[in-house]
Design a protein around this ligand. Structure first.
Ligand code: ZN
Length: 310
């Protein structure tokens, strides 16, 4: 009757797991610990390492203010106030109302919309940077986010500054339907205007970037740089597999796959991003006086690698 005992034991273990108390979100947030690659890790240790796991090199998600602090020289920058359009133009309700989702996202992230824009110096060059917060409704592109990007580009053109856009987004915000989709066209036109003013546009991919954001402002950078192992996609893997009816490689839609197939120019670790972007900006803007002799060697090496990649 061993099989009866085994089934009984299995049933008891299921019951035990169901009764197990999992930590709530507030408990998780207040804990000094988090987890990575199935192991506990101190949040303080992650933060010291720019939120990159020292064991598995996983680049954890960071918010726009943390990103600005890492990118701008000495962490000095000024956040620009971007226009916020009327909430919920379509009075959208599904399992809950879009207005409620917006309120929750604002409370959680302390931001008015998913994109923050800041200006400051990178490698001594005045630069405007936009960064998406994935915790704000998946970093999706709605009307306010579109306005934030247009505002940032307007600021770049007026002040003759390059534009760096750090994307982390699930795509266009479907609670705004066509309004969100029209945002894809608007940001594309604004970026074209930036380029016609001979100002560089850099895209930085931060896990994950998908849908309408990849298909608009994500794919038209003068330089496309990604953090390691970032998901870069338009449709999801299952949708693509069902459409092409072929087995897809395991690394499909990763930054490494995209680099191999020419969709992006470089993969750069977070700790090197600020330095590399600074050097590349100085090459494009011919502001070599701001590049030290040590950086000059790195600059020529970078330009060769980038040419090879593209
Ligand atoms: Zn890890």
């Amino acid at each position: 009757m061993n099989w009866i005992k085994r089934i009984k034991k299995f049933g008891e273990s299921i019951k035990e797991n169901l009764n197990k108390k999992f930590p709530t979100r507030s408990e998780r947030e207040s804990s000094p610990w988090t987890s990575c690659h199935g192991q506990p890790i101190l949040k303080k240790d992650l933060e010291i390492n720019l939120f990159v796991c020292p064991s598995c090199n996983h680049h954890h998600r960071i918010n726009p203010l943390q990103r600005f602090g890492m990118l701008f020289d000495n962490g000095n920058y000024e956040v620009l106030k971007t226009p916020i359009v009327k909430d919920d133009p379509l009075s959208w309700v599904d399992t809950k109302s879009y207005k409620d989702r917006l309120n929750e996202a604002r409370k959680k992230t302390k931001q008015d919309c998913a994109i923050l824009v800041a200006t400051g110096k990178m490698n001594g060059i005045n630069t405007t940077v936009a960064a998406s917060n994935f915790d704000f409704i998946g970093g999706s592109l709605g009307a306010s986010e579109t306005e934030a990007i247009i505002y940032a580009i307007d600021h770049c053109i007026k002040n003759k500054q390059p534009f760096v856009n750090v994307c982390a987004s699930g795509g266009a915000r479907m609670y705004e339907s066509l309004i969100a989709l029209s945002g894809m066209t608007k940001v594309t036109l604004a970026i074209n205007e930036l380029k016609s003013n001979c100002l560089p546009y850099f895209v930085i991919y931060s896990h994950p970037v998908a849908g309408g954001v990849t298909a608009s402002m994500g794919m038209i950078g003068n330089l496309q740089i990604s953090e390691p192992n970032c998901l870069i996609a338009f449709s999801g893997r299952r949708v693509v597999q069902a459409t092409v009816k072929e087995e897809l490689p395991p690394d499909f839609q990763t930054a490494e796959f995209c680099l191999k197939h020419g969709m992006i120019d470089r993969i750069t670790e977070r700790k090197n991003l600020a330095k590399e972007i600074g050097i590349l900006l100085s090459i494009l803007l011919k502001k070599n006086s701001e590049v030290s002799s040590e950086n000059n060697e790195q600059a020529s090496e970078l330009s060769i690698q980038t040419r090879e990649a593209s």
